[in-house]
Design a protein around this ligand. Structure first.
Ligand SMILES: O=C(O)CCC(=O)C(=O)O
Ligand SMILES: [Mn+2]
Length: 190
């Protein structure tokens, strides 16, 4: 357990073996149709600092950053990962958001995964492949005690309970040289 209060987060550092992780990274890096999205900021269109893709069951669209994403179908590596993590998360996922962080300049700003289609206490299964990046949580009302974890190649992080109500999370930029990283967040869309 990573959070002391107000949420449930579990981390498995070596959920996939190094060999499986290398294979999955390669298959997803080359096989996913990675898209450059743009974020609306101060009336301007800014390219998002990462590439993304949304895959899932037919009809499970997902709206975030004011854009609605229609799902691409499940592929073999995505189904393999989903089947491996579902018994741990004890839920059936119907969609996955993929992020590709090309280098240390790519990042994800502070946010909670609290879109209405995720429901009140979503379980999110987050798999990391490739370069290790530092992931942080900060409490919405007690910002003094942030919590951090290094998301290593082949790791699984599960967020559940009231985590998204009370905590925000972030993947900061780094000036350290780091190889590309793929993150998959499996979700249940209502
Ligand atoms: O890259 C990560 O580890 C986190 C991504 C994330 O928070 C998200 O896609 O909502
Ligand atoms: Mn998130």
């Amino acid at each position: 357990m990573i959070l002391a209060q107000d949420g449930e987060v579990i981390f498995y550092a070596n959920f996939f073996t190094p060999m499986e992780s290398d294979r999955l990274f390669h298959d997803l890096y080359t096989g996913i149709h990675w898209c450059q999205e743009h974020l609306q900021m101060f009336g301007k269109q800014i390219p998002a600092p990462r590439l993304t893709a949304w895959h899932g069951d037919v009809g499970k669209s997902y709206t975030y950053s004011r854009l609605t994403h229609h799902p691409q179908p499940w592929t073999a590596p995505l189904t393999l990962i989903r089947k491996r993590i579902e018994p741990i998360a004890q839920v059936q996922f119907n969609g996955v958001l993929l992020n590709l962080y090309r280098n240390g300049n790519d990042s994800m700003a502070w946010h909670s995964d609290d879109e209405p289609e995720l429901g009140p206490n979503p379980i999110i299964g987050s798999v990391s492949l490739g370069g290790t990046r530092h992931f942080r949580f900060r409490h919405r009302y007690q910002k003094a005690n942030p919590v951090g974890v290094n998301l290593t190649h082949g790791s699984l992080l599960i967020m559940g309970g009231s985590t998204q109500h009370f905590w925000q999370h972030q993947l900061a930029k780094t000036s350290r040289p780091v190889r590309p990283r793929i993150n998959l967040t499996f979700r249940v869309i209502r």
